[in-house]
Design a protein around this ligand. Structure first.
Ligand SMILES: [Mg+2]
Length: 332
């Protein structure tokens, strides 16, 4: 097997502001795994607040090349051999392997896994932090059935009020670890009054005790995102949250994401399948798992101005899963 990679810089359609920072482009990495005339594709979504960098991803891929071996059917063995390190790079490798797998068998991954694409939940679309007027204008312009509102600033309630004033859409909020316990406790009843469906990562990512404390007092379901980065981490959140946010780049790929989904369900927790700012390549890979999840937040390609790939598509908020073999993704 021959592994190669190259930088993949994605320009955002508009600057994206969240509690972790502001971005106008993302510096992801495209991986290609060639074997027997076929090429598996993978994307490493580089998220600085998770400690990832493009240099770290490429260094990992160079280091991991020896672990790949020469039999791409043995995905489990290969993934077991991968060294510890960049989850974004591990995810890219897992995408390459499963893409090759599906291409060789001539079926999309959702079909190999026995999933029904019609069961994929509708996706939310994200509104980044801005002025109340700008966020309300965006809510009106998006005209989507589910909006995910980024919060985590000093004065969040007016932002949600302004959005609610212009839309009846289902609203979810994501504080991106931006609130203290006291702030969260004060905000949650007001957010419930505004019809918010659930709240994502209200507290600092390592404050699991705080989540447990807040959940006992919260009128709204709580979901953990930054607080969970592995399937095993799901178990530690029982009683602290109602659901977990699963992202391929965070968990290190399709196998670990699937483990997390299954474990969350076994522990009576819900799953929101989400993505980073990544192209149709990375988000299509996630979409193959969408029929297993209660909620979807797969809007990465909608935030990008120059998406290099074609694969999953949107019919409004409905996810149209790829029908081509493997990931079902091709370059434009
Ligand atoms: Mg989040």
């Amino acid at each position: 097997m021959r592994l190669t990679w190259e930088p993949m810089t994605l320009k955002l359609a508009t600057a994206f502001n969240i509690a972790h920072g502001s971005y106008t482009e993302r510096h992801n990495v495209l991986a290609r795994l060639e074997h027997d005339g076929l090429t598996g594709l993978g994307e490493a979504a580089v998220v600085p607040y998770l400690g990832e960098s493009r240099e770290g991803v490429t260094a990992y891929l160079a280091q991991a090349t020896d672990a790949l071996g020469d039999d791409p059917w043995l995905i489990e063995d290969i993934l077991d051999r991968l060294p510890d390190g960049s989850h974004a790079a591990q995810s890219a490798l897992s995408l390459c392997l499963y893409d090759l797998h599906g291409q060789r068998l001539g079926q999309p991954l959702w079909r190999l896994w026995g999933l029904n694409p019609a069961r994929a939940p509708l996706t939310s679309v994200t509104i980044g932090i801005d002025t109340a007027e700008a966020m309300a204008a965006q809510a009106r312009a998006l005209n989507a059935p589910i909006l995910k509102v980024k919060l985590g600033g000093p004065d969040d309630l007016p932002l949600v009020r302004a959005i609610r004033a212009v839309t009846d859409a289902t609203l979810r909020v994501d504080a991106n670890a931006g609130w203290s316990r006291e702030t969260a406790l004060a905000l949650l009843p007001a957010l419930a009054d505004l019809g918010v469906e659930f709240v994502e990562q209200p507290l600092a990512m390592d404050d699991v005790a705080g989540l447990r404390w807040l959940k006992a007092r919260s009128p709204l379901p709580l979901f953990a995102d930054e607080a969970v980065r592995s399937a095993g981490g799901v178990a530690g959140l029982v009683g602290a949250v109602d659901g977990v946010v699963v992202k391929l780049a965070k968990f290190g790929g399709l196998r670990e994401a699937r483990r997390a989904i299954d474990l969350a369900h076994a522990l009576d927790m819900q799953v929101m399948l989400s993505c980073m700012v990544e192209s149709t390549l990375g988000v299509s890979a996630a979409a193959h798992l969408a029929p297993l999840c209660e909620h979807a937040d797969l809007d990465g390609p909608l935030l990008i101005a120059d998406d290099p790939f074609r694969g999953m598509a949107y019919a409004g908020a409905r996810l149209m899963l790829p029908t081509g073999p493997g990931l079902g993704v091709t370059a434009h």
